[in-house]
Every structure is written in C-alpha cells, then in structure tokens.
Design a protein around this ligand. Structure first.
Ligand code: GDP
Ligand code: GDP
Length: 436
C-alpha cells in the first residue's frame, strides 16, 4: 500500500501535536494496549474523506540539547526528506516571528507543496490575525483552531489537493518482502551487505523518494525477496538520523510495506527498552516476525550462552513467544543464509488459510476439553468459527454473547490454534461476534 505522507513543521508551541492528535484521532488509543508502545507517537496513519495518508509530527523529533534553531532545522529536514506535502504551522496570536521566518527559509528550498496553517484562531473575530502571514510567501494561509477543531476540513482539503498521484505499488505475489529493524548500530546494514554483497548494497543506495527506489531485490534458491529499506541503510549524514524517534519513524514505514519483519538485536549489548518498543510496533502491524541476534561472533560462549540469551528474549518479549530466533554474524557470515528458510516459513504461515471444517473441528475439540467458565452467571456458547483474513490469519468466532468471552479464553483458543496449525512467526487474531 502506497500512501502519501504529510508532515507538520513549525516552531515549538504553535500547536503541532494538538493538530496531529486531532487529525489521527482515536487511532492513538488503539495501539496503547500493545506493550512497549509509547504514548508520544509522532507517526500514524490518518484518513480524510476518501483519502488515506500517513502523518508525521516533526515536533517530536528532538536532537538533544542543541539550540532551538538547530532543532527546527532538523525537523524541517525530516519533513522535506520524508513528506509528500508539508503543513507549515504558525501561531496567529503571536504574528510572524523570527523563528517562523527561519522555518520559511528552510521550506523555500523544497519543491514539495507547502500549506500554511495559522493556528489558535479560536473564533471569527480573530481571523484578521492571519493576514500578517501572507508575508511568509506561501500563498493563502489557512486559519485553524486546534483546541476547537475549527478549519481543519478546509486545511485537509487543500493538503489533499496536493497529494501526488501515487503509483499503485505493484505487489508481486511471488515476492516475499522483508525488512530489518532495530536500534542504530545493531548491524542492519552489515546484514544486508552480508546477504547481497557490498557492491549491490551500494548500487541500491540511491537517494530516492519515499518509495521503491531504495529497496533491494534478492533471489535465493528460486524464491524472490525484496529487502525494504530502513534507517541506517540509506545514510545521508544528516544529524536527525541518529535520533531514536527518526529511526522509529523509518522502521514504521518499512514495517508497513513488509510481510516479514526481522527484529535485529545486538548480542553484545543485550535487550534494551527501545528494542521492545520497536517489536511492539511490528506486532501491532500484524506482520510476520522473527528475532535475529547479530554479532554472535563477538560473544564469549559457554555451554548455555545461547539458551540463556533465548530465555532473556522470551522474558522480555512475552507477547512474541511465537517468533523464532536466529543467531547470526554479519561479520563472519555465519548462519546468514539460514535467514531465508526462516523468512519463507514465516511468510507461508502468515498467508496460511485453514479449511473451515478442520478449523471448526479443532475449536469444538478445544471447547469439549476445556469449556468456557461462566461469566456474569452466563455460559459462553461458541457456535461457529471462520477465517476472515490472512496476513495475519484472522478468525471470527460467533458466540451467544461477546461480552462474556474472557481474554484468557481467547488466549486459550489461540494457543490451541497454534498447537494444531503451527503459525510459527505470525501473529494471529481472534475477533468475537454475536451470532445474528
Ligand atoms: P507544539 O509544540 O507545536 O506541538 O504545540 P502543542 O500542540 O504542544 O501546543 C502548545 C500549546 O498551545 C498547548 O498548550 C495547546 O493546548 C495550545 N494550543 C494548541 N492549539 C491551540 C488553539 O487552537 N488555540 C489555543 N488557544 N491554544 C492552542
Ligand atoms: P546499523 O546502524 O544497524 O545499520 O549497523 P551497522 O551495520 O552500521 O553496524 C554497526 C557496527 O557494528 C559496525 O561497526 C559494524 O562493523 C559492526 N558489526 C555489524 N555486524 C557485526 C557482527 O556480526 N559482528 C561484529 N563483531 N560486528 C558487527
């Protein structure tokens, strides 16, 4: 799926994150259930009328203790590099400031469309405040109020007018798309190099747009793959590339376009909080998943070293107990080709469709062995189960009353499905519906 990306830029306190949250709406709360996902999201999908797009709040990317203008500069650079349309946000109450002019100068350099928004115009009388902003040279300013939700429709109409014609991304059925995500320096680019060879990795490293240009095709034992680009594989030498928020942003964009996500960990450094957050995003996106522990060459090994590391991973990523783990070294090339067998298996499981009769036999057998306990004085009855989607496999269970389906019983059914059908490396989803 190829969606346009909209970025919001502007000096601090003009209301960027307020507007971001308004536009992406309740999506934010959906992800809060996933362990490790932080509240302060700066990237999300959004909808306006019949347009689907992605949004970036560049205000969330901070580059440490740098002076304010350096921060603003980095944020504008992210917008220019990552977005298809830029919303330049200002504060109508304060008029045009030096910092606004600084942002404007940065944005003059881009050919991408810029839509000027004047925020904090909370009522009609305040509309006169916006005339000042013509001086910035971005045409008609759009008056909005983040706190009251005013003017957002007109602003988004204008933004949507500038959406580029997105080439329908051709998803070839016979190609498995995967990406490597992980903290900076875990060895993602080294792994890609180890897979495809230094030269080809360099050739694929064209400074392209947000789409296909930097993906790397690869074929192994008759199966076609595409390695989806992430941060660190396309280094441009900008300061913002080192920030955590930016690497997460790039990871999310790569996850979206992949079938299988390789979560790369650094054997030397163990597991960090950020690893969990990144893994949480991949699980939430419903992608096939595996762990790749890199730099295994650099570890002093005793009898139980691998078992202990595996235990550590299982302890920290309890919600990903279905994801296989592979220990590799990009440096020596050890076990790197084993990745492909694993990716292929996960991709098959991710796309697996179970015959209805077999599925219902397994569910009926599970209920017979372990009937659902009574909830609120009522017993759950399960009538019928059907698989409604693949990637990831998604099942709808029709019951007498969805309110008494306890999450622990859902977990039990999921475990039974895994025992019966495998599903190694893929999340599975169960939705309960009332039989009508
Ligand atoms: P950011 O730094 O640009 O992301 O700005 P925030 O979204 O954090 O907003 C800065 C402050 O402005 C907060 O106190 C908001 O509540 C306030 N704010 C945001 N939008 C509006 C608005 O439309 N009207 C008014 N009066 N205040 C607003
Ligand atoms: P990225 O930021 O995740 O793309 O990480 P890089 O591929 O740039 O690697 C970061 C550093 O780790 C570099 O200095 C690599 O040489 C080193 N490195 C990568 N893979 C391995 C490995 O398997 N073993 C060892 N010992 N070092 C590695």
């Amino acid at each position: 799926m190829n969606k346009p990306t909209v970025a919001i830029v502007g000096r601090p306190n003009v209301g960027k994150s307020t507007i971001f949250n308004r536009i992406v709406g309740e999506r934010i709360s959906i992800v809060e259930d996933v362990p490790g996902v932080t509240r302060d999201r700066i990237y999300s999908s959004a909808e306006w009328l019949n347009h689907d797009f992605n949004m970036i709040d560049t205000g969330g990317i901070d580059i440490g203790d740098e002076p304010i203008l350096e921060q603003i500069k980095a944020q504008a650079e992210v917008a220019i590099d990552e977005a298809d349309v830029i919303i330049f946000m200002t504060n109508g109450r304060e008029g045009v400031t030096d910092a606004d002019e600084y942002v404007a100068k940065m944005l003059y350099k881009t050919k991408k469309p810029v839509v000027l928004a004047v925020n904090k115009i909370d009522n009609f009388e305040q509309r006169d405040f916006m005339y000042d902003f013509y001086s910035l040279g971005f045409g008609d300013p759009f008056p909005i109020s983040g706190s009251h939700g005013l003017g957002l429709g007109d602003l988004l109409d204008e933004v949507a007018n500038h959406f580029p014609h997105m080439e329908e991304e051709i998803i070839e059925d016979d190609v498995i798309r995967f990406c490597l995500i992980g903290r900076p320096n875990v060895g993602k680019s080294s792994l890609v190099n180890a897979i495809v060879g230094e030269e080809r990795a360099i050739v694929s490293d064209v400074a392209g747009t947000t789409t296909d240009a930097t993906d790397t095709p690869y074929e192994y034992e008759g199966q076609k793959y595409k390695i989806i680009d992430t941060a660190g594989m396309r280094k441009k030498g900008k300061v913002y590339e080192k920030t955590e928020k930016y690497s997460v942003l790039r990871a999310l964009r790569a996850i979206e376009r992949s079938d299988v996500v390789l979560i790369v960990l650094n054997a030397e450094e163990g597991i960090r909080e950020q690893d969990k957050r990144i893994a949480g995003y991949a699980e939430e996106a419903g992608k096939g998943l595996m762990f790749v522990v890199n730099k295994w060459d650099a570890i002093e090994k005793e009898t139980n070293t691998m078992d202990n590391f595996t235990k550590e991973i299982r302890k920290h990523f309890m919600f990903l107990d279905y994801a296989p783990i592979l220990y590799v070294s990009a440096k020596t090339g050890r076990r790197v080709t084993d990745l492909f067998e694993m990716i292929r298996l996960i991709s098959d499981n991710h796309a697996l469709r179970i015959q209805s009769s077999v599925l219902n036999e397994v569910i009926e057998d599970s209920i017979a062995r372990n009937p659902a306990p009574q909830e609120k004085g009522k017993r759950l009855r399960i009538y019928y189960t059907t698989q409604v989607a693949t990637k990831p496999p998604t099942f709808v269970v029709f019951v007498n009353d969805p309110n008494i389906m306890h999450f622990s019983y859902v977990r039990f059914l999921k475990n039974r499905l895994r025992e019966s059908f495998g599903f190694e490396g893929t999340p599975i989803r169960i939705i309960t519906r009332e039989r009508s």
